[in-house]
Design a protein around this ligand. Structure first.
Ligand code: ZN
Length: 434
């Protein structure tokens, strides 16, 4: 059994430094009291993404002192949590979080401050923001000049985007994939991919699937010879090959990169969770391998069906879906030896997807810790790389093993998305500028 994926890393956020230096805020209707600006004092270990229904208890607990919000241009947001009746309402302060122009470190600048409406016992803060690019904002909750001492529970960030629920897909073929030694041609692959999009991604519309070969990229093609067996993460340092996203002439598409394989053992594909973008650069690609590498150094060819199913699973992450059941590796987030993982997020929080408690208990997918970076923000965002297999655990007993977002491959099943998952895909697509 192979692991579907899971670089639900937040790698792309590392690329925001460039974005931040260019982003201009044009938020209007500030309601803040200019006399009080309460900067976050927390370590910013937790974040919220639009329409995520997982519990996010750690985000609730840290909202007053600093939680990161992933926001996109022109989207409307509602941040809400249960009102604490023992104390008055706090004011929400929002700050942009960005790398300074000299790349020396991250800085914050105030964006706005808001008072809530009370709706059904919850504080609701509504804001629209005009950023030029995807951005990170950070919260604080202020109460008479100090950090809000009340209880914050069941926090949610709802988001409504301003863009279309149609999209174009750009399949980027790297190296020799589809040549004679493969079991399929690229044309056959595209046909199966198109059919599966139509069958499973019913809440959005794929207008066109473009096919481009990396060797033909107008500026980067020389780096991607046509006859090479491209192993993502080995042939190239960037496993996501994100520089190929935002293909000239097919800008603002969903970029799917198909390579020979991914260097990590047992991995069929990778995607970023939630904070993808369709504009190129970091976070703009989903990567797939036609072969999977085994621990003994061998490799195994994947049939078209497995690669396409991996694609739709990874694209699910790209558009904001968590695994139906989290693995330990999903939850762990080790920084400087301390695990900041939010273990309340053991499942996706959706009412129409079951989850498999035995899967988490099984210890499946034990993680390999990442120890490489000395940059705090990089360590903070980087998800550990998954290394592992399901081993002896029998996933047949899991009630969610027929769902596309089950975390491991299950043979001989027609996978489906639930209605709520399809709605999240649609909402997230409409939030991403494209
Ligand atoms: Zn996954």
């Amino acid at each position: 059994m192979q692991i579907f994926c899971k670089k639900i890393s937040l790698f792309l956020l590392l690329g925001f430094c460039a974005v931040f230096s260019l982003a201009l805020c044009a938020c209007a209707d500030d309601e803040d009291d200019p006399e009080i600006v309460l900067y976050p004092d927390g370590e910013l270990r937790y974040w919220l993404f639009p329409n995520d229904m997982a519990k996010n208890d750690s985000a609730s607990a840290n909202l007053a002192h600093g939680v990161v919000l992933d926001v996109h241009p022109k989207a409307n947001y509602q941040l809400s949590f249960d009102a604490d009746s023992t104390i008055g309402a706090p004011r929400l302060h929002l700050f942009r979080y960005f790398m300074d122009k000299q790349q020396r470190g991250y800085r914050m600048s105030p964006v706005r401050a808001l008072d809530p409406q009370v709706v059904d016992g919850r504080y609701v803060y509504t804001f629209t923001c005009e950023e030029n690019e995807e951005a990170l904002w950070v919260t604080s909750l202020e109460y008479h000049g100090v950090y809000y001492p009340g209880t914050v529970s069941r926090v949610r960030l709802a988001g409504e985007g301003a863009f279309s629920d149609h999209m174009k897909v750009n399949l980027i073929v790297v190296g020799d994939v589809g040549n004679d030694q493969y079991d399929f041609t690229i044309e056959e692959f595209v046909t199966v991919l198109r059919d599966e999009f139509r069958r499973s991604y019913t809440s959005v519309t794929v207008d066109t699937i473009y096919v481009n070969h990396a060797e033909n990229h107008p500026t980067l093609g020389h780096k991607y010879p046509a006859k090479i067996l491209w192993v993502a993460g080995k042939t190239s340092e960037d496993e996501m090959l994100s520089e190929l996203g935002g293909w000239p002439g097919v800008e603002n598409a969903l970029d799917i990169v198909l390579a020979h394989s991914i260097k990590d053992v047992g991995i069929l594909g990778y995607s970023d969770l939630f904070s993808g973008n369709m504009g190129g650069g970091s976070g703009s690609t989903v990567i797939l391998g036609a072969y999977v590498n085994a621990a003994d150094g061998s490799e195994e060819a994947q049939p078209i069906k497995a690669i396409v199913e991996t694609a739709l699973h990874e694209i699910g992450h790209f558009f904001g879906l968590r695994h139906t059941t989290a693995t330990r590796n999903d939850l762990r987030r080790v920084v400087n030896g301390f695990d900041y993982g939010d273990y309340s997020n053991i499942e996706d929080g959706l009412e129409d997807t079951p989850y498999c408690s035995d899967l988490l208990k099984s210890g499946l997918l034990k993680s390999q810790e990442s120890t490489e970076s000395d940059i705090r923000i990089k360590n903070f965002w980087k998800q550990t790389l998954p290394l592992g297999r399901a081993g002896s655990f029998n996933v047949e007993s899991c009630p969610d093993n027929g769902n596309y977002m089950f975390p491991t491959v299950v043979d001989d099943r027609d996978l489906v998305f639930s209605e709520q998952q399809l709605e999240i895909i649609r909402k997230t697509l409409m939030i991403y500028p494209h």
